[in-house]
Write a protein that binds this ligand. Structure first.
Ligand code: FE2
Ligand code: FE2
Length: 179
């Protein structure tokens, strides 16, 4: 019967939980793809940190048509990308990995590019491209993680939803300036 099989399983699960207690959230049944998941999370972390810097630069140097509305959005996005970075770093730590924040490594690992210079319209376009890259990367990561790690998947899904909002906000601003 399925129920007794589960109870037997529960006994060994109790034993494993005790045995490897100091692995914290990483239980014995955690996917064998932990290294790959950590690698993906660190790539996402690098991307988010580069996005924080790009939005901050854009906030401080915005100029030309549409600057006031765009600067508010640059500021808000910078804060939200920082929150994304923190959620990823926290998850990497929970999984026993090390959140990589070495600036020499970040720009090589990030999926989207840093950008500075130009006028507000150019900045908005560069940010939109970066958001679209982040959106497709998160979608791919979510598909990979699948049922292997529901907590990581949920975090990635939250971030994806917010990147989609960011892309939508940027399109609105670009349209507004172009009018
Ligand atoms: Fe983000
Ligand atoms: Fe974003």
């Amino acid at each position: 019967m399925a129920q007794s099989a589960f109870i037997q399983d529960l006994d060994s699960r109790r034993e494993q939980a005790r045995k490897h207690m100091m692995k914290g959230a990483v239980t014995e049944d955690y996917t064998e793809n932990r290294a790959t998941i950590l690698k993906l999370l660190n790539e996402a972390l690098a991307t988010e940190l580069i996005c924080v810097l790009r939005y901050k630069t854009h906030y401080y140097t915005a100029n030309g048509r549409g600057t006031k509305a765009a600067a508010e959005e640059f500021w808000e996005h910078a804060q939200e990308e920082q929150e994304h970075a923190d959620r990823l770093a926290e998850r990497i730590s929970q999984l026993g990995g090390e959140p990589e924040m070495n600036p020499d490594i970040l720009s090589k690992r990030a999926h989207s590019d840093y950008h500075s210079g130009g006028d507000t319209l150019e900045m908005l376009k560069e940010d939109l491209i970066a958001e679209r890259i982040a959106i497709s990367s998160y979608r791919e990561m979510i598909a990979y993680v699948g049922d292997q790690d529901p907590t990581t998947r949920r975090i990635l899904e939250d971030l994806l939803a917010q990147e989609e909002e960011h892309a939508d906000d940027l399109v609105d601003l670009i349209e507004h300036i172009a009018e």
